[in-house]
Design a protein around this ligand. Structure first.
Ligand code: GLN
Length: 199
C-alpha cells in the first residue's frame, strides 16, 4: 500500500503550470485535485501554488474568492507549497515592493532575482534531507533574501541565497520541481502533509 494513498492534494489552477504538478502528485500515489474555486478546497489536505506570474495569479485569486479561502484553509492547519510565483504569493514581504499576497510565510522574497540575462537555467541542487541532488529548473525565479530563522528553515541554497524553505506546514521553492522526472521535492511536501496528520 502506498504511503501517500490517503492524501488529496489540490493544485491552484488559475494560471501557470498545473498539469505537471498533478502528474507528480498522482505518480507519488496521492490524489490530485484541480482548484479553481473555494469549494474545490473542501476535499484537499494541502494545496500547491504553482509557478506562473504572481501578479496575475494574485489578481485572479482575489477575484474569485480564493484569496480568503486559501487563508482560511491554512488557518485550519492545511499545508501549502508555493513554487516560484507561489513562493511570492506566500511571502510576508517582497523586496522593494509594497505588494503582499497571502503573507503567510516569514520570508522576504525578491522577484526575478537572478537577473534578466539569465532568464532560466537548470542546476543540480543539494537539498537538506535528500541523499541525491535535485535537478532544479529556475525560470525568472525569485529567491529568499531574508527570513525569520526562529520560524523558517532553509533547506537549500544557491549562490548564498535560500531557494527552498520550510515553515511548519508551509514549503516554498524558487524553482519548478514539476518540470523534471524527479519527484523528490513534491515528496517532501507530501511528507509534511502526512506528518501533520492531515491525511
Ligand atoms: N517572475 C515570476 C513572478 O514574479 C515568477 C516566475 C515563475 O513562476 N516561473 O511572478
Amino acid at each position: 500500500m502506498n504511503n501517500y494513498a490517503n492524501l488529496t492534494v489540490g493544485v491552484l489552477a488559475l494560471q501557470g503550470a498545473v498539469s505537471e504538478h498533478c502528474l507528480q502528485i498522482e505518480q507519488l500515489g496521492a490524489k490530485a485535485v484541480i482548484v479553481k474555486n473555494p469549494e474545490d478546497l473542501i476535499a484537499c489536505d494541502g494545496l500547491v501554488l504553482p509557478g506562473g506570474e504572481s501578479t496575475a495569479i494574485g489578481k485572479l485569486m482575489r477575484k474569485n474568492g480564493l484569496f480568503e479561502a486559501i487563508k482560511a484553509f491554512h488557518a485550519q492547519g492545511k499545508g501549502l507549497f508555493g513554487t516560484c510565483a507561489g513562493m511570492i504569493l506566500l511571502a510576508k514581504q517582497l523586496t522593494g515592493d509594497p505588494t503582499v499576497h497571502l503573507g503567510l510565510m516569514d520570508i522576504e522574497v525578491q522577484r526575478n532575482a537572478f537577473g534578466r540575462q539569465i532568464d532560466s537555467f537548470q542546476m543540480e541542487l543539494a537539498i537538506k534531507g535528500l541523499i541525491e541532488s535535485f535537478p532544479a529548473v529556475f525560470i525568472r525565479a525569485p529567491y529568499i533574501v531574508n527570513f525569520n530563522a526562529e520560524k523558517v528553515e532553509s533547506l537549500a541554497e544557491f549562490e548564498g541565497h535560500t531557494v527552498l524553505a520550510k515553515q511548519g506546514n508551509l514549503l516554498a521553492c524558487s524553482f519548478h520541481p514539476e518540470l523534471t522526472a524527479n519527484k523528490a521535492v513534491m515528496g517532501l511536501f507530501l511528507d509534511i502533509l502526512r506528518s501533520e496528520g492531515n491525511s
